[in-house]
Design a binder for this molecule. Structure first.
Ligand code: AP5
Ligand code: MG
Length: 228
């Protein structure tokens, strides 16, 4: 079972890289932010609860988040492995994931940190548009869709996330970067942390992640044009 975690500040590019990586490894993506946004859209009790925290730029409490994630990991399509985008976000979540995997005799294969300085992530989020159907991310300047306002992949409408408003972006940075440092430390100690320079174009970041996974023995080397 391959369990590869994408780590990074809000706006670092986790959601951009997740589909490329999942495709490469042949496993599904589980993104807690997407699961929460879909619960908000459906107006479920979980969505109503999560929305209070998301709108304030805060992390949703660990007990709610861990339950949601473990429930998703229990589904059949995740049994062969998974790319995790946006989970774990705290040391408590990281420990809960370790425990759940250990019960199956498994462990985290790699935690890939997409390393991007704070001023750049602010710039990236201010131009972001995502699709209604699956949350595929675009950027007005760095990664525009072929047709304005329409997702290249599934044709759904593009919109701007409520929590990408500048004050909320600042709150997300202030409230979440400390916990991210704890999670990075957790995986460094476990010996599975891989770090890539996120301050490059999208294709170069994808290639750097690929090279790191090949070096760690988690993916076979392929010709570079086959990576995407
Ligand atoms: P979540 O949806 O996970 O948001 P996030 O971590 O803040 O990350 P983002 O989705 O904002 O950024 P990203 O790294 O995916 O960047 P992207 O690829 O889009 O979480 C939202 C909220 O839900 C949280 O604030 C919290 O409240 C709650 N939540 C979720 N998980 C939780 C958990 N585990 N525990 C507790 N609470 C949780 O890229 C950003 C932009 O940059 C895009 O426009 C993209 O096109 C562009 N871009 C990407 N890469 C590049 C590049 N290399 N060069 C130029 N532009 C680029
Ligand atoms: Mg994302």
């Amino acid at each position: 079972m391959k369990v590869v975690i994408l780590l990074g500040a809000p706006g670092a590019g986790k959601g951009t890289q997740a589909p490329l990586l999942a495709n490469r490894l042949g496993v599904p993506i589980v993104a807690t932010g997407d699961l929460f946004r879909s619960a908000v859209r459906d107006g479920t009790p979980l969505g109503l609860e999560a929305r209070r925290y998301m709108d304030a730029g805060q992390l949703v409490p660990d007990d709610i988040t861990v339950r949601l994630l473990l429930d998703r990991l229990g589904r059949a399509d995740a049994h062969g492995g998974v790319v995790l985008d946006g989970f774990p976000r705290t040391a408590v979540q990281a420990a809960a994931l370790d425990e759940a995997l250990a019960e199956r005799g498994e462990r985290v294969s790699a935690a890939v940190l997409i390393d991007v300085p704070e001023d750049e992530v602010m710039r990236r989020m201010s131009g972001r548009w995502i699709c209604r159907a699956a949350g595929h991310p675009y950027h007005a300047v760095f990664s525009p869709p072929h047709t304005p306002g329409v997702c290249d992949i599934d044709g759904s409408e593009l919109y701007q996330r409520a929590d990408d408003e500048p004050d909320t972006v600042r709150a997300r940075m202030a409230q979440q970067l400390g916990a991210l440092a704890d999670v990075i430390a957790h995986y460094r100690t476990a010996g599975v942390l891989l770090s890539v320079d996120g301050l490059q174009g999208i294709d170069d970041v994808a290639a750097a992640i690929d090279a790191a996974l090949v070096e760690a023995g988690l993916a076979d080397a392929v010709e570079s044009e086959d990576v995407r």
